[in-house]
Write a new protein. Structure first.
Length: 265
């Protein structure tokens, strides 16, 4: 059932490269879970100045502000459907800081068992000639949840340590350098918060009552392609060593356990 978790990142890389969108997109999705199984989702996206300029070139006729269109209520409600059955759109807060623009989109849900979250959905609001095809081909494996009686099981696509190549630039140094520049600040993250407190968990990345499931700083990852290649080679003969080496990659924080549990206080 589970496939390569980094495939979602490669999809995002390919889409941004196809659209020639320079640095950058940052997206963080935070799921907050209450004891009764209900909760909220905050989906925060930040766009760099160059990216906003490029997006304007792809704007549909008659739409003067592609950023506003990207975060429209209509698109937010469509995204609510992607998150799962019963997810409701609440509000959108636009923000602007240091030459960047973005939005925090708030949702609520009644049952986390019906929630799915996919990192590649963070680019679904962008416009471009190859978007439809890219979305059709994108792997739809997502983070899922099973919750009952105060205990949460997190269902994550496993990391395929035998397929770690991020060599999107191929053998062309110029193309590779361009890709590095384009992706320098790109980041995708998924976090889980338990406002009532975590009683017990075996999650790898815990900070107080917050658990990081997925956090990729793409620029840092691309800068370590040789290390990632070595991990792929190591995984052929020693999976534990490959997993240990992956945990030391700078800018990469991904839950690799296949059975993650969280007990709520």
């Amino acid at each position: 059932m589970k496939k390569l978790i980094l495939k979602n990142i490669k999809f995002a890389l390919g889409l941004v490269a196809a659209l020639a969108l320079p640095s950058c997109l940052q997206n963080e999705t935070t799921i907050s879970l209450n004891k009764d199984g209900s909760g909220t989702i905050v989906d925060e996206t930040t766009l760099g100045a160059q990216m906003m300029q490029m997006m304007s070139q792809f704007a549909e006729p008659g739409k003067a502000d592609p950023i506003a269109d990207m975060f429209s209520e209509e698109k937010a409600k469509e995204k609510a459907k992607k998150f799962g059955e019963g997810v409701e759109y609440v509000k959108t807060e636009m923000f602007e800081k240091d030459g960047k623009k973005g939005a925090r989109v708030y949702f609520k849900f009644a049952d986390i068992n019906k929630i799915t979250v996919n990192p590649s959905d963070s680019v679904s609001g962008m416009q471009g000639p190859d978007q439809a095809q890219a979305e059709e081909e994108a792997d739809k494996e997502a983070v899922k949840f099973a919750y009952a009686d105060g205990k949460l099981n997190i269902i994550l696509p496993p990391t395929d340590f035998k397929d770690m190549s991020m060599d999107e630039g191929g053998e062309n140094p110029q193309q590779e350098a361009m890709m590095m520049q384009m992706m320098a600040d790109m980041r995708l993250a998924i976090k889980l918060e338990i406002p009532g407190g975590i009683g017990e968990t075996n999650a790898s990345h815990v900070d107080g009552d917050s658990i990081t499931l997925f956090d990729i700083q793409v620029g840092k990852m691309l800068a370590q392609k040789d290390e990632l290649k070595k991990i792929s080679e190591t995984a052929e003969t020693d999976m534990d060593a490959a997993k240990d080496a992956f945990g030391k990659i700078d800018g990469v924080k991904v839950e690799t356990k296949e059975d993650v549990t969280v007990t709520l206080k």
